[in-house]
Design a protein around this ligand. Structure first.
Ligand code: ZN
Length: 256
């Protein structure tokens, strides 16, 4: 059995430990989104800011999420243009949403955008997310909504999108999908998981006859406040992220 690491999994000599660790974690995040079935073929992005820089790591255009490795992640600027040589292509149009959020929000270092069926169904409904189920309650008062203006975020829409986002960390892109942003990759993944679970449950409940059990706003607010506090704590989202990576690796027998 050949245990020689693939070159894509070896830290280049010139690269800082901090950047390499970020690359490993981001590749894990791509694999987790694939593992949970939240991908949209080769489209969409997860972006992460390289520590101490205005550069960002993102998937090469044309690869499946499970083909992303620490070494093949592209380093791009806020416009989504490559700043280091790579045999792979960037997708600046697809990165525009990420670049706009990274450029405006100092507290967001990782942005994840998805088009899963449940999330896109919620994005299609005028009411957006409900807050009566366990996960929806955690999102009470934490979701922003942006009106759809077209497939790609053009320059003239950027300021309107940022106005829509405000100081929130979850942005429903109406008629489209969702974007979440947090201070690091595990926190963003944990937030995405909450959003995805709320959407799944609300789609299932919406297809069933009968009324939902409505929660008082005070209870939803308490749930939302607690989860917002937990995600700020060191280690909470990281334990979740690391456990999901172990689960994925155990089931797939893969090691990054
Ligand atoms: Zn999209």
């Amino acid at each position: 059995m050949d245990l020689t690491p693939h070159p894509d999994h070896i830290q280049p000599a010139h690269m800082s430990d901090a950047e390499w660790q970020l690359r490993v974690q981001l590749a894990h995040c791509y694999h987790l989104v694939d593992h949970f079935g939240w991908t949209e073929t080769i489209f969409n992005h997860i972006s992460a800011r390289v520590p101490g820089s205005d550069f960002y790591l993102v998937n090469p255009f044309g690869l499946n999420y499970d083909e992303v490795t620490p070494a093949n992640l592209l380093k791009v600027d806020l416009e989504g243009r490559k700043v280091e040589p790579s045999p792979y292509d960037a997708n600046p149009a697809g990165f525009a949403l990420h670049g706009a959020i990274h450029g405006a929000r100092e507290d967001i270092h990782c942005v994840i955008h998805t088009h899963t069926t449940p999330v896109s169904a919620i994005a299609l409904k005028r009411a957006g997310f409900g807050h009566d189920d366990f996960y929806g309650a955690q999102l009470f008062g934490r979701v922003a909504y942006h009106t759809f203006e077209g497939i790609t975020l053009f320059a003239d829409e950027k300021s309107r999108m940022l106005d829509s986002l405000g100081d929130k960390h979850v942005l429903v892109l109406r008629n489209h999908g969702v974007a979440v942003g947090e201070m690091d990759i595990p926190r963003a993944f944990f937030l995405l998981w909450t959003v995805q679970r709320a959407a799944e449950i609300q789609c299932a409940a919406g297809a069933m006859a009968g009324d939902n059990v409505a929660l008082p706003a005070s209870i939803s607010q308490r749930c939302s406040d607690l989860t917002a506090q937990l995600i700020r704590e060191d280690g909470f989202a990281h334990k979740f992220f690391d456990a999901m990576v172990r689960q994925m690796q155990g089931r797939r027998g893969r090691r990054l």
